[in-house]
Design a binder for this molecule. Structure first.
Ligand SMILES: *Cc1c(COP(=O)(O)O)cnc(C)c1O
Length: 432
């Protein structure tokens, strides 16, 4: 499969090169040259397939012949080592729980898949220079990428995270692994981290020192496998006669955009709903037609503290850069921290369901959308385990949560990070 740059000023590349480059030389995001719908027969009989089989059907066209069938199937099997249950909440509303993986965030799927693809290419090519995965995190990406890449030969991982702006559990997940993983603690916000990463990719002075690639959702190997769980959700639905709507709490808009790829592949999804926190560039755009990236505002749903969502251009591409088409397929709402907290309280007191702030915003957005429709099954994505957001859960709820084994394994380990305050700090580290 060929990928082109959405800035349309760079050569087309193979899947392998899109994964290894991360971003195109013209700073554009890579996008697949074609998207062919899957057989209707497959979608209609999805209950008869295992998750691994579904994932293979979904991803194979995006890889083409660049990874042999058997290797790709192994990559999928190792990626999907956990469940994706739907928990019914109330009539026509379910929570699609994506947090049962090793770092308890949906990003485990993309992180694990990408790590194994890079590992495959590296082994095949016997490269003499290691690949350095450089990644900015607003909270959850860092841990998922670190865990996904831990011990992968020929790959080093450098994570930039905003100092004091990730939760304690998140920080431990990305600063305690050691081996091929280094955490850089940046004095600044997530957008500063993301800007530094983007600049580094295009900085020729770094080329003699490092083969850099990204593991943010701009990387196609992290982004595309996120389409899997929309299929897994559809498979689990008992009543498929209702209109299906997914509500995806969004920051960089990679996850929801992968869902839209699923829709292109033939999943019968009526509409997407997105909930954001007060970093609401996209809901504002849908309302006013003005697209204005803003500096990040810090909130309790920190993994969505993104003022300039990098994947939005892919969403526009999927809707032919036509805002009216987009408005038909995407409804956007934004919520304050207070509203998210009240929703967590409501879910807990009314349904005995413990949600964290991102999932709670997904729930609110879904409720809002459902007011206007009938005969609709809504699923909101619960994107992280509440244990990762202990200090911002609804009052009294944190005490009810037992530490899962994945968290026990890191929580008492000492944090190891290198502090940097600007781009020079990053290049000094990368050149050392
Ligand atoms: C990353 C993340 C999001 C946002 O996902 P995007 O693909 O960036 O829109 C939402 N919730 C949690 C818990 C996350 O870690």
């Amino acid at each position: 499969m060929k990928y082109f740059s959405l800035n349309e000023n760079a050569p087309d590349v193979s899947f392998r090169d899109a994964v290894v480059n991360g971003i195109a030389p013209d700073r554009g995001l890579y996008f697949p040259e074609s998207i062919s719908p899957l057989a209707k027969e497959f979608i209609d009989n999805i209950e008869n397939y295992s998750n691994n089989e579904i994932a293979y059907e979904v991803i194979k066209q995006f890889i083409g012949d660049e990874i042999p069938e058997q290797d790709l199937k192994e990559i999928i099997e190792e990626t999907l080592c956990f469940d994706f249950p739907i928990v019914p909440i109330e009539e026509n509303i379910g929570s699609l729980e994506l947090f049962h993986g090793p770092t308890m965030a949906f990003k485990d799927v993309g992180g694990r898949f990408m790590a194994r693809c890079l590992g495959y290419f590296n082994k095949k090519e016997k490269n003499d220079k290691d690949i350095t995965v450089l990644v900015a995190t607003s909270g959850d990406t860092g841990g998922a990428v670190a865990s996904g890449f831990l011990g992968v030969e020929g790959v080093k991982v450098v994570i930039l995270y905003p100092s004091g702006k990730v939760s304690n559990v998140q920080e431990k997940q990305l600063t305690t692994l050691g081996q091929n993983i280094t955490a850089l603690e940046v004095e600044g916000a997530f957008d500063d981290c993301q800007d530094m990463v983007k600049t580094a990719f295009l900085d020729p002075s770094l080329a003699p020192y490092r083969n850099l690639t990204s593991a943010n959702s701009i990387n196609v190997a992290r982004w595309l496998p996120q389409a899997f769980y929309f299929f897994f959700a559809y498979k689990q639905l008992k009543d498929k006669s209702k209109d299906l709507v997914f509500s995806v709490p969004s920051g960089n808009f990679g996850n929801i955009c992968a869902g839209m790829i699923g829709q292109k592949l033939g999943l019968p999804i009526k509409t997407f709903v997105t909930g954001t926190n007060v970093n609401k560039v996209v809901p504002t755009y849908l309302e006013t037609g003005e697209y204005e990236p803003k500096p990040t505002i810090q909130t309790i749903s920190n993994a969505m503290d993104v003022g300039a969502p990098s994947n939005f251009i892919r969403i526009e591409k999927l809707h032919d850069f036509d805002i009216n088409k987009l408005r038909k397929n995407l409804k956007g709402y934004s919520y304050t921290d207070d509203e998210a907290t009240r929703a967590m309280g409501y879910l807990y007191q009314k349904f005995n369901y413990v949600a964290e702030p991102h999932g709670a915003i997904g729930y609110l957005a879904l409720k809002n959308y459902l007011k206007t429709t009938k005969n609709t099954q809504g699923l909101f994505l619960e994107t992280a385990h509440p244990v990762k957001f202990m200090d911002v859960l609804f009052e009294g709820v944190a005490e009810t949560i037992a530490l899962p084994d994945q968290i026990k394994a890191v929580i008492d380990k000492p944090k190891v990070s290198i502090k940097i305050s600007d781009y020079e700090g990053l290049t000094d580290f990368l050149k050392s």
